[in-house]
Ligand binder design. Structure first.
Ligand code: HEM
Length: 352
């Protein structure tokens, strides 16, 4: 018997479904047929082997499109493929080194304000940190004066999108809540700021290294065309959406787990001391910090910031011998997969 955990505790619900029903489980949420996949081979099937048979889930699009439009996260098919190709260079190693320097600078500035013995709301601190980093790496110096405002507006919009996602099965999306009105005003102001930024950058000859500039320079190899202002706006919003809360959550859980495991903390410090000798890290140091990387990866295994993802078959499809009908919701429950004893020894233990 399944605990009646949905929608109050979706993580426990997903885990209970996986444990009780195995690799593929079907349940209904109102009119929606959900197929929860609990095996990495099935994740591979929908993401790698047969991606053309699936679109992004309507549920996700409904939650995020008002904000992220046709950006990478919410687009499909030819548009998605073209955008992936256009945006790939923005994530080349050279750019990551530049973004890494921003991350280190902002993290060091925040760490300087912490005092021994102080009680901290780590979640709030990490959220503030990654917000500053994402605004700076996406928009560069141009929003220096508006960074706080852009951050605040983005958070209002993200809050409304998350609410739509979490309540997508209970509340119709047209209900004019205070949150939805806040979102509308925030979006209008954000669009104004973004359009201004894009126009200024297009007319300037300056070659800045923030993501906006890199995306402005991106051109299609086949026909030399770049992105329209609208597409650029959608991708900037998407990168903000994808990059802010996920990274804050990964950091928060990492600090929590380190605080509970002094042995891990000691080993982590030993590696950092040995490699960095007290100086600030840079992207080039990462290869020398394997234990540090294992700590972060292990924290994301136990507490994956995106607890799952979803797709929708565009025609009936066979998964694990079952027919999964067109239009149903196919989910991969990352949280449950990461706690499956078939794939991880002692899955509940934090063991970098
Ligand atoms: C710990 C941090 C992060 C986690 C756990 C995470 C997790 C994920 C997951 C699970 C997806 C797949 C969604 C799906 O296919 O349905 C995804 C997609 C994506 N993420 Fe992240 N992400 C993180 C950080 C970031 C950052 C920092 C950025 C950019 C600044 C970013 C940009 C994106 C984009 C653009 C996509 C869509 C890719 C596509 O469909 O082509 N993510 N992320």
């Amino acid at each position: 018997m399944l605990p009646r955990l949905f929608p109050f505790d979706p993580l426990a619900f997903g885990l209970a479904v996986a444990r009780e029903f195995g690799d593929i489980a079907h349940y209904s949420l109102g009119p929606l047929h959900v197929y929860q996949l609990n095996h990495p081979d099935f994740a591979r099937q929908i993401l790698v082997e047969q991606p053309e048979k699936f679109h992004k889930a309507r549920l996700i699009k409904r939650a995020f499109r008002p904000f992220a439009g046709e950006g990478l996260l919410t687009s499909d098919g030819a548009l998605w493929k073209r955008q992936r190709r256009l945006m790939q260079p923005a994530f080349h190693h050279g750019h990551l080194v530049t973004y890494g320097a921003v991350m280190v600078e902002y993290a060091a500035r925040m760490a300087d304000m912490f005092r021994d013995g102080q009680t901290l709301d780590v979640d709030a601190a990490m959220s503030k940190l990654t917000l500053r980093i994402v605004v700076k790496t996406l928009f560069g110096a141009d929003v220096a004066g508006e960074a706080e405002e852009v951050g605040r507006l983005m958070v209002s919009v993200l809050d409304a999108a998350n609410q739509r996602l979490n309540s997508a099965l209970q509340l119709p999306s047209w209900v004019p809540t205070a949150r939805n009105l806040r979102e509308k005003h925030a979006l209008a102001r954000l669009d104004e700021i973004l359009q201004g930024l894009i126009a200024t950058r297009r007319s300037s000859r300056e070659q800045a290294n923030d993501l906006l500039s890199v995306l402005l320079r991106a051109t299609d190899e086949d026909n030399g065309s770049g992105m329209s202002d609208q597409q650029l706006r959608d991708e900037m919003m998407t990168l903000f959406l994808a990059g802010h809360e996920t990274t804050a959550m990964a950091l928060t859980w990492t600090w929590y787990l380190i605080s509970q495991h002094p042995d891990v903390e000691a080993r982590l410090h030993a590696e950092l001391d040995r490699v960095l000798h007290g100086r600030s890290p840079a992207a080039a140091d990462l290869v020398q910090l394997p234990y540090t990387e294992m700590v972060v990866r292990e924290a994301m295994r136990l507490y994956p910031p995106a607890a799952g993802f979803a797709r929708e078959p565009i025609a009936d499809v066979t998964i694990g011998g079952y027919t999964v009908p067109k239009g149903s919701l196919v989910t991969v429950n990352t949280y449950a997969l990461h706690r499956d004893p078939r794939f991880f020894e002692e899955p509940e233990r934090f063991n970098p």
